[in-house]
Design a protein around this ligand. Sequence first.
Ligand code: PLP
Ligand code: COI
Length: 359
Amino acid sequence: MQFTRLPHPSPTPAERRAELIADPGFGKIFTDHMVVIDYDEDRGGWQAATIGPREPLTLDPAASVLHYAQEIFEGMKAFAHADGGLALFRPEANARRFSDSARRMAMPELPEETFLAAVREAVAADADWLPPIEGGSIYIRPFMFASEAFLGVRPAKQYKFIVLLSAAGSYFKGGVAPVKIWVAQGYVRAAPGGTGAAKTGGNYAASLVPQAQATQHGCDQVVFLDAVENRWIEELGGMNLFFVRADGSVITPPLTGTILPGITRDSLIQLLREEGLDVREEPYSLDQWRDEAQSGDLLETMACGTAAVVTPVGTVASPEGEFTIGAGGTGQLTTKIRERLVGIQRGTAPDPHGWVTRI
Ligand code: PLP
Ligand code: COI
């Protein structure tokens, strides 16, 4: 795939860029370029790809994404390796999940090699935006939305695929400090047959009110229970969960279509099995979580995702009260597995699975 390079009239001066990336936080500092590829069913599908200045879009107010939310996205990171080169972590898995999300939302699939080429092109153009700080990365946000001006309810015929980049530090303000979780009350994230397994904006819109409840109760994140029995743990608003038990088993909720199939989740399953742990993808209930935490049968709970990496869950709160996991701090396995994952991603540890792709 050829990317036509559009000139940038005013790239950010190097000194200003250095200021911006010194303490970027998450999701606020954007780089200079973006990749754009349009899709038009009546013109043969995917059109020419461009890489040009990141700039506002012109969108018809009838664009169907604004009315019926046909939109999907991905979240991935580029890391700096010791030799100064940049690397991606399992980008083919993101490309595949993007296709899966597209099918669920009745959108055209972008060929996976085009997705990968677009990500590489964007990161290569803005490599100097990688924050030179511990835990720094370029957070990559490929997304696609329905741009056709049409108010009938049917799949659109025109779409825009864009790759945006953002300089990123830690997702949580406290870095890797344990987070406090609120159990969603009266709200679910996804129901069987719904869109829970797709990375589509509506799932996140639906999580905002319960997330606001969590914040009101002094918590960092909300955990969702299943929609049918209101009993089984599903996931957080943007992270999957693992429960580490004293008997050497580790449980993570199964992929039944209502949770996002996390790439970090899949990687941790493999890494934990290599540590000799008995990792099981099976339902785990809120009652079990509380009882096992209180009896000492549960040692740790970790939340994981691209943005949050591996983060310990310290406390769980609901109207019935709170319970603490372990001593409420960062457990041994959480620390160990986080270091293994980060070592592979950043090229300081061997990569036996071939998960890392150099740009
Ligand atoms: N669950 C949800 C709802 C998410 O948004 C994310 C983040 O992408 C994850 C889980 C973790 O997925 P991954 O590890 O692929 O980033
Ligand atoms: C990610 O981890 O990439 C996510 O998408 C989570 C959140 C920022 C939506």
